[in-house]
Design a protein around this ligand. Sequence first.
Ligand SMILES: Cc1cc2nc3c(=O)[nH]c(=O)nc-3n(C[C@H](O)[C@H](O)[C@H](O)COP(=O)(O)O)c2cc1C
Length: 173
Amino acid sequence: MDALEAIKGRRSIREFTDEPISKEILTEILDAARWAPSGGNRQGWRFVVVTDPQVKEMIRKVSPGIFALPAAFIVICMKKKAGARAWDEWLYAADCGIAAQNIMLAAFSLGIGTCVVASFAKEALREILEVPEGIEPSLIVTLGHYESLPEAPERKPLKEIAFLNRYGEEWGQ
Ligand SMILES: Cc1cc2nc3c(=O)[nH]c(=O)nc-3n(C[C@H](O)[C@H](O)[C@H](O)COP(=O)(O)O)c2cc1C
């Protein structure tokens, strides 16, 4: 599968089969995350992979954005400097989002469905996973085998969201 196929074909999956994901596949997905770009190449992310059924259930209970129990979660955490400035906070968020996309595209190319989830109780998740101070759980990616891909939610046309040279000047397609 080439990159464009993965980018356009990936969908948020919210229904999974019970099949577990092999350690080899999870490792390959984590490796794709490791190769994500990060601001100043700081690589401040830390990835907690959760496959234990009891821990998964605890995570689901504190995450209104999770609709089905997947085979695994990857919780993307970020190492944060004490007293981080708004600029650093912005870079942290960008780094996590980009790593999440690498995870989702790699997973999709390996036949695994995913959904990125931002709706969860951060402090509760920190306690469940015993994440130390100075590191913050930032995003959850659910991962599992799936039976079918949902229909693609509509995307805005380029002419509405892309401009040429100046904001508001038509891209023209
Ligand atoms: C930052 C972010 C947070 C999201 N949070 C959730 C969430 O909490 N629960 C959920 O089911 N989907 C979540 N999504 C998935 C979006 O709803 C989904 O990407 C969007 O509807 C487009 O569908 P697609 O991913 O199939 O193209 C999130 C996506 C992003 C980028």
